[in-house]
Design a protein around this ligand. Structure first.
Ligand SMILES: NC(=O)c1ccc[n+]([C@@H]2O[C@H](COP(=O)([O-])OP(=O)(O)OC[C@H]3O[C@@H](n4cnc5c(N)ncnc54)[C@H](OP(=O)(O)O)[C@@H]3O)[C@@H](O)[C@H]2O)c1
Length: 270
C-alpha cells in the first residue's frame, strides 16, 4: 500500500501522544508494523517521535517521519531555522516530509513568502519531500506555480466517511498530490453509523477498520491515533481488510460534509 511517493499508507497520528506515555504509544505502533509517524511543531511530540524511532531499533530509513510548520514560523526568515530546530528535537538529520500546517490565517503572511522558504528548506536537505495541509485547490495551484519542478507531494486534510472532501481529493489525485486523511476514523464516532456497522459486522471488523480500509481503497494515506495499545493494534488490522465495490459505493453515499476542525480563521473550503 504505497503511493507515488512511497509514503506508507498507514501512518500513526501523534497529536496528544505526549510524554513517556507518548513514547510508549510510538513503540507499540512501530512494533505493530506502522512505518509512518505524523508529528507537528505544534503537537509537542517531535521529541517522542525521535525517541520512539531510536528505541524501536528500526533503521531510520524504515520509518517515514512527517512534521508540520506552525503558523508563527511562516514569516520571512523563520521557517528554515524552525525546521532545523525540529530536526534537532527529533534527533534526525532530515524529515521525510514537511508540511505547512495551515495556510497563514487571513493571508497575514502572503503565501509566496512561506512556500519559497519551504523550497529553500528542501534545497538545504532538511526535508526529502514538501507538502501542505488544510490547503484549498486555489492555494495548491498558487503554491505549485511557485515551486515549479519541486512537486507538492502531499495535502493533509480532514477526511473520513462523513466528510469525504471529494472535490479537493479528486483534484489532488488528478494532479499527483497524495492525500493524507486526518481524523480518518472521525474520532471514534463511526460506531453510530448503521451502514458502517453493517459492513463491519460482515467482515468481523470494527467501524474504524472499515473507515480506514475505505480510505486505502481510494488511494489515500490515513493517520489514526490512539493512546491505547489495543486500539493502535486493531486499527492497523485495517491494512488487511478489503472492501468490495458495493461496500465502497455505500460508504461513498455517507458523505455529510461533517467537518470537525473548522477554525474561524481557516480557509474558504472547496
Ligand atoms: N493537519 C492538521 O491540521 C491535523 C488536524 C488534526 C489532526 N491531525 C493529525 O491527524 C491525527 C489523527 O487525528 P485525530 O487524533 O484528531 O482523530 P482520529 O485519529 O480520527 O481519532 C482519534 C480518537 O479516536 C479514538 N480511537 C482511536 N482508535 C479507536 C478505535 N479503534 N475505536 C474507537 N475509538 C478510537 C482515540 O481515543 P483513545 O486514545 O482513547 O483510543 C482518539 O480520541 C492526529 O494525531 C494528527 O497527527 C492533523
Amino acid at each position: 500500500m504505497q503511493n507515488q511517493y512511497d509514503i506508507p499508507a498507514m501512518g500513526f497520528g501523534t497529536y496528544g501522544r505526549n510524554g513517556e506515555a507518548g513514547v510508549e504509544a510510538m513503540l507499540v505502533a512501530l512494533e505493530t508494523g506502522y512505518r509512518h509517524l505524523d508529528t507537528a511543531q505544534d503537537y509537542g511530540t517531535e521529541a517522542q517521535v525521535g525517541e520512539g524511532v531510536r528505541r524501536s531499533g528500526l533503521p531510520r530509513s524504515d520509518v517515514f517521519v512527517t512534521t508540520k510548520i506552525r503558523t508563527s514560523n511562516l514569516r520571512e526568515g523563520t521557517l528554515v531555522p524552525s525546521l532545523r530546530q525540529s530536526c534537532e528535537t527529533l534527533g534526525l538529520e532530515q524529515l521525510d516530509l514537511t508540511l505547512i500546517h495551515w495556510p497563514s490565517p487571513n493571508n497575514e503572511v502572503p503565501l509566496p513568502v512561506y512556500i519559497e522558504q519551504l523550497a529553500e528548506a528542501h534545497a538545504l536537505g532538511l526535508t526529502r519531500l514538501v507538502g501542505v495541509s488544510n490547503f484549498t485547490i486555489a492555494m495548491l495551484e498558487e503554491a505549485q506555480a511557485i515551486l515549479g519542478d519541486l512537486r507538492i507531494a502531499n495535502n493533509q486534510v480532514e477526511l473520513n466517511p462523513l466528510l469525504q472532501n471529494k472535490k479537493l481529493a479528486n483534484y489532488c489525485t488528478e494532479k499527483g498530490i497524495s492525500v493524507t486523511c486526518y481524523l480518518p476514523i472521525a474520532r471514534g464516532i463511526l460506531g453510530g453509523v448503521p451502514e458502517i456497522v453493517d459492513i463491519a459486522d460482515r467482515h468481523e471488523a470494527t467501524p474504524e477498520q472499515v473507515a480506514l480500509a475505505f480510505e486505502f481503497a481510494k488511494g489515500y494515506i490515513a493517520i489514526p491515533t490512539s493512546g491505547k495499545a489495543e486500539r493502535i493494534r486493531s486499527n492497523f488490522e485495517a491494512t488487511k481488510l478489503t472492501l468490495n465495490a458495493e461496500e465502497i459505493r455505500v460508504i461513498e453515499g455517507l458523505d455529510r460534509g461533517q467537518r470537525e476542525i473548522d477554525p474561524a480563521w481557516g480557509p474558504d473550503w472547496d
